[in-house]
Design a protein around this ligand. Structure first.
Ligand SMILES: [Zn+2]
Length: 225
């Protein structure tokens, strides 16, 4: 990180400068600092395995397993809430294809598809990405998700908060029906990457859930600006 080489005074001056930037200037500044934007711009070399008009997938140079892929939006977004709906749907369609390619080509027995959304969730990169990690049994990777005991009423209470934030149970059901129907994967016959402009237009999700929360507030919660 470039900040590590700065003196206290320089750091203060930089923080001052950042605080006075317009959102557009800030985005440009973030892009210049972002190694993944440099990769996307072709200024830093990386092994590309997939590209469409909005996304690029590269091999991680420090993979959790051989074939570990980083799927990146071409636009610089720090966190998932900033990624527009049409891009996020494309990204996850690409993630599915990339995952399928691992199952077919490198003897992966499974894949983990991971987004670290926010500092508390382990996000380190400043650029939104989806990790796609090929897995084999006993490969030494252990995502130990704790299974804690919880009272039913506590589970209910958490569920109610989430449903309310989504705009209510009824709306949620409606939204579910609008999601694009996933394609059934075919036997290995060439690539199955999604081609651009094929996704069905998707209706806006609940205004309440979209506008109820300010993106800046979400960014602050996630610890990424
Ligand atoms: Zn970036």
């Amino acid at each position: 990180m470039p900040e590590q080489n700065l003196s206290q005074e320089q750091l203060k001056a930089l923080q001052e400068k950042i605080s006075q930037m317009s959102p557009e200037e800030l985005k440009e500044f973030q892009k210049k600092q972002c190694i993944f934007c440099q990769i996307i711009a072709g200024k830093i070399q990386a092994r590309k395995v997939y590209e469409d008009e909005r996304a690029v997938a590269i091999l991680d140079i420090n993979p959790a397993n051989p074939g570990h892929i980083l799927l990146l939006t071409k636009e610089h977004y720090s966190i998932m809430p900033q990624v527009p709906d049409n891009e996020i749907s494309r990204i996850f369609m690409a993630a599915k294809s990339l995952s399928n390619s691992m199952l077919r080509s490198i003897d992966a027995q499974g894949t983990n598809i991971i987004v670290a959304n926010g500092v508390a969730a382990g996000q380190r990169a400043q650029h939104f990405m989806v990790h796609i990690i090929p897995r084999k049994e006993k490969d030494g990777i252990n995502f130990a998700i704790p299974q804690n005991a919880m009272e039913t009423n506590e589970i209910e209470a958490v569920g109610n908060k989430l449903i309310a934030a989504l705009g209510g149970a009824a709306e949620k059901k409606e939204e579910k029906q609008e999601l694009p129907v996933p394609q059934i994967s075919r036997p290995p016959q060439g690539e199955e990457f999604p081609t651009p402009n094929q996704s069905k237009p998707r209706k806006e999700t609940s205004k309440k859930s979209r506008d109820g929360l300010n993106l800046d507030d979400i960014s602050r919660i996630l610890g990424v600006k």
